[in-house]
Ligand binder design. Structure first.
Ligand code: AMP
Length: 495
């Protein structure tokens, strides 16, 4: 999970990229960087920490030119070190290039090995550097052809931005696993913007124009913007967890509103729930829309029974387990006035190890909750992600080795319920802007209804087999592995 943002043809390119990265900060907080080009040369600034800590006005001033790409990082491949921060830049006889990447390559280690055999010397541990070396070796002439040539050798998830002295190229992998969208500036003709999420456009005054299709490439140069499809056409398998947890609630990704998807997930949780509750509360911030959806559907009052400090990042992004334990306490506190003597439904979006939920349940009871019913707006996470989301090894995932009853006992909640994968897919698809229904389910009208790939036949909803990647829930990995999959949850020794 990282964020990428790029601007082409705007005199404020670096400044706008800085703002864009700030709006993507939820996608990664370990490091940030911007590369800018003025038509003749590239300049780069990167640092560890959040966007506002990494850049001063002087840094932005030095990032000259009308074109810039930026990156916020959260390490899923390579340690949390400055040398792994992005954009990665390289010079060759054919000029300079900078690259910003969101996603994870699944064959990076074997390609790296082959490149090292033929003399390439790597400067970082990041899988992205493999693409830079492949581009340097490519015999193709133009930047876009070298990018396309390099990408035929790699597999996995990539939403990628490349910047040379005169061009910016954006490309999304053939399964469109991570999001990538583009827009224009109404007050600046010819200027163009690309971002991981459209919610970042408001801050820079850009207008959303579209999402990159699976395997689509956008080339921006002084002749304008061109689309190309250098890869074989495939149907998308966008990560469903973007809708459940990662993306910002005000983003619409590939036509699906993240906010509506989360509300639908909450509604779906309430649908078959018979628990008697006095109040519904979210684990803020990511579970707020799901708890609203639950409260509406169940007819139970919604309250903020937990407050979240706005000054801490997402707990999980901190790479070390001991920091994460501390983080839960740092992040949330209970509101006794909402909880005392009440039967509480608490909605969270996911359980990974169970560390957060166990502490939350304890916190709610100490604040006086009479009963604590935990509702999770996704299925059990039982498989690690190898496409760019930070998940621990399989053995650390609580759902991998425990039943729902056992997890409930461990968390010390009164009851615990998850959504099924089918309910989850259905709720997310029902938030598709093209076919939104109000009951939290896909429109059932008795005849075939295209809901961006979902089909209704004879009144029965069928999940489209290939709309989302849900490997973390199902173990169904849409991109095969050449390397032995190895989750990269950071350890103390990596730091
Ligand atoms: P855990 O304590 O390990 O069960 O983590 C679960 C909490 O972390 C939930 O509240 C989620 O909102 C959040 N979460 C789930 N997956 C991730 C992730 N990959 N990165 C950051 N936070 C996550």
């Amino acid at each position: 999970m990282c964020g990428v943002f790029g601007v082409y043809g705007h005199p404020e390119a670096a400044n706008l990229t800085y703002l864009g990265l700030h709006a993507l900060q939820h996608r990664g907080q370990e490091s940030a960087g911007i590369a800018a080009s003025d038509g003749r040369r590239l300049t780069l600034h990167r640092g560890m920490g959040q966007v506002i800590d990494v850049f001063t006005p002087q840094h932005i001033d030095r990032l000259k030119g009308t074109n810039a790409i930026g990156h916020v990082r959260y390490s899923t491949s390579g340690g949390s070190l400055l040398k792994n921060a992005q954009p990665i830049a390289a010079d060759s006889t054919r000029g300079s290039v900078a690259i910003a990447h969101n996603g994870n390559l699944t064959n990076a280690e074997s390609v790296r090995h082959q490149l090292e055999e033929t003399g390439s010397i790597f400067q970082s541990e990041s899988d992205t550097e493999v693409i830079v070396h492949l581009m340097a070796q490519s015999r193709q002439g133009s930047l876009e052809d070298r990018v396309a040539d390099a990408l035929t050798r790699v597999e996995g998830a990539y939403s990628l931005l490349c910047l040379s002295e005169r061009k910016m190229v954006a490309v999304r992998d053939p399964l469109a696993i991570r999001p990538l969208c583009y827009g224009t500036f109404p007050d600046r003709e010819g200027a163009f913007v690309v971002s991981s999420e459209p919610s970042s456009f408001a801050l820079v005054g850009a207008e959303f124009k579209g999402n990159l299709a699976p395997g689509e490439m956008l080339i921006c140069d002084d002749t304008g913007v061109r689309h190309s499809r250098p890869f074989e056409r495939k149907s998308s398998r966008t990560c469903i967890f973007e809708y459940i947890y990662f993306a910002r609630a005000d983003s619409v990704i590939d036509g699906i509103s993240v906010y509506e998807a989360r509300k639908n997930l909450g509604r779906a949780l309430a649908k078959h729930d018979s628990v008697q509750a006095d109040v519904v509360i979210p684990v803020p911030d990511s579970a707020v829309p799901a708890a609203i959806g639950y409260a509406h559907a169940a007819g139970v009052p919604f309250e903020m029974g937990l407050v979240r400090s706005p000054y801490v990042g997402r707990t999980f992004i901190e790479p070390e387990q001991s920091i994460r334990h501390f983080g839960v306490r740092l992040k949330h506190n209970a509101v006794s006035e909402v909880l005392r003597g009440r039967r509480v439904v608490v909605v969270d979006d996911s359980i990974v190890r169970g560390t957060t939920s166990r502490k939350i349940v304890k916190m709610l009871r100490s604040a006086g909750a009479r009963e604590v019913h935990l509702r999770i707006s996704s299925p059990q996470i039982a498989w690690p992600c190898f496409y760019g989301i930070d998940t621990p090894t399989r053995s650390e995932l609580i759902a991998q080795s425990h039943t729902v009853d056992e997890i409930n006992q461990y968390l010390t909640s009164d009851t615990l319920a998850y959504l099924t994968l089918e309910e989850t897919q259905r709720a997310v698809l029902a938030a598709d802007e093209a076919g939104r229904s109000t009951d939290g389910g896909a429109t059932l009208n008795g005849h075939a209804h295209a809901l961006n790939g979902a089909n209704v036949r004879n009144g029965n909803w069928e999940a489209p087999p290939d709309r989302f990647c849900h490997a973390c829930f199902s173990g169904d990995y849409p991109v095969p592995f050449q390397d032995t999959p190895r989750p990269r949850q950071m350890r103390l020794l990596d730091i």
